[in-house]
Design a protein around this ligand. Structure first.
Ligand code: GMT
Length: 375
């Protein structure tokens, strides 16, 4: 099929999922057109059947806010006409589903019908989308999508609770490509980051409030008093500066490494022992799944879709949001018992394989076929 994919091109779960999905679909022979304001971060190689169309929004001083939806829907109409695109797949409802709806309307005027699939990712529903300022338009554009998918059962339930949805919401979980994860990187840099006797705890996120970065630091501070360990913090975001300040205040700068954004997190995860994700809310927790496919045990909060990925007592442990005591206790249990840690790591890998892209991709292909047939 010929598909247009709209997503946020930056580091962040929804953009990563959309990009990896597009790449995998292209490998299966589909023609993929990414339409967004920057080349997606994980899209390193463009090939014959992967195209990128940049949405350009010129700055005009009259506008306090530049009209991105307008530029996006114009670009979508032009691209869909030029390449005879058959299906439009938008990731993250805001503002993509809204721009997608306008695209459909404009094309309909010319006798072209394009089905739109909207994939909900989390914050577009739970944190931003249901704000009274956005809710009406988000509700409208979800209902105007031809098919709606959510990345977890938890997100589906949140969507049905927070909005008046008339469409069926299909759950298609996020995925990893297990073929991409070896465990034998010859260039693993473990020794540069930690001594042999030190355990490695890793956190990856966009350092937003919802990730509860202070819980990661506090938990690690207490853990390293008991067991020699290093903390590797990957990502960028508003809470990072405060986290660096706290680490300095606690006197543990020699034990905490801030690495910034990275396209190669698997090269760190492949030698990590514990992945820590104490989020306030998480509709799926793709970063935890990426850790698990690298054989890393997960210490997380028990919120949103996380329990659908991190299984209590199997792949890691889950605690109530903000229960740092319990997270410390669980981490120490694992770090002090080498055999148990190894078992959890192996089980984490096995559960992650349930989310292999080869199992999930056909679910999207079915949705595309159905949407195209019903058009
Ligand atoms: O977590 C974020 O702040 C980023 C956000 C995004 O849209 O990129 O992540 C959401 O989508 C991811 C991919 O589906 C999920 O794995 C994350 O759990 C979800 N984040 C939240 O629900 C907070």
């Amino acid at each position: 099929m010929k598909l247009a994919i709209v997503c946020y091109p930056t580091f962040g779960g929804s953009g990563v999922v959309a990009t990896e999905l597009g790449i995998a679909l292209a490998q299966r022979g589909h023609e993929i057109h990414f339409v967004t304001y920057k080349q997606p971060v994980r899209l390193e190689l463009l090939s014959n059947n992967i195209h990128f169309h940049e949405v350009f929004v010129p700055e005009y001083p009259l506008f306090h806010y530049q009209p991105y939806e307008l530029a996006l829907s114009s670009k979508l109409v032009d691209t869909i006409k030029m390449y005879d695109i058959e299906v439009l797949h938008v990731h993250y409802a805001i503002p993509h589903a809204y721009a997608g709806y306008m695209t459909k309307k404009m094309l309909k005027e010319e006798g072209i019908y394009i089905p739109m699939i909207t994939t909900l990712h989390g914050t577009d529903i739970t944190l931003v989308g249901n704000h009274p300022f956005y809710r009406t338009a988000v509700n409208f554009s979800i209902n105007k999508s031809d098919m709606v998918t959510a990345v977890s059962e938890s997100l589906k339930n949140d969507t049905l609770e927070l909005f008046d949805i008339t469409k069926e919401v299909h759950v298609i979980p996020n995925f990893v490509d297990k073929r991409k994860y070896g465990h034998n990187y010859t260039d693993c840099q473990r020794s540069l980051l930690a001594n042999d006797d030190e355990k490695i705890i890793t956190h990856v996120s966009n350092f937003r409030k919802v990730k509860r970065i202070p819980d990661v630091i506090e938990a690690f501070y207490r853990i390293q008093q008991e067991v020699p360990a290093k903390l590797i913090m990957i990502g960028e975001g508003p809470e990072k500066e405060h986290a660096e300040f706290t680490v300095e205040k606690l006197g543990i700068t020699d034990r905490v490494v801030f690495l910034g954004n990275s396209n190669e997190i698997d090269r760190i995860l492949c030698f990590s022992d514990i992945f820590m994700l104490p989020s306030e809310k998480e509709s799926f927790g793709l970063s935890a799944l990426e850790a698990m496919i690298n054989k890393v045990a997960v210490i997380s909060s028990n919120t949103g879709g996380i329990p659908e990925v991190n299984r209590q007592g199997v792949t890691g442990f889950l605690s109530d949001v903000g229960d740092v005591d319990d997270m410390v206790k669980n981490t120490l249990t694992l770090l002090r018992d080498e055999e148990m840690l190894e078992t959890f790591k192996t089980q984490a890998y096995e559960v992650a394989c349930e989310f292999d892209i080869l199992k999930i991709l056909p679910m999207y292909e079915d949705i595309y076929r159905l949407a195209y047939k019903w058009r």
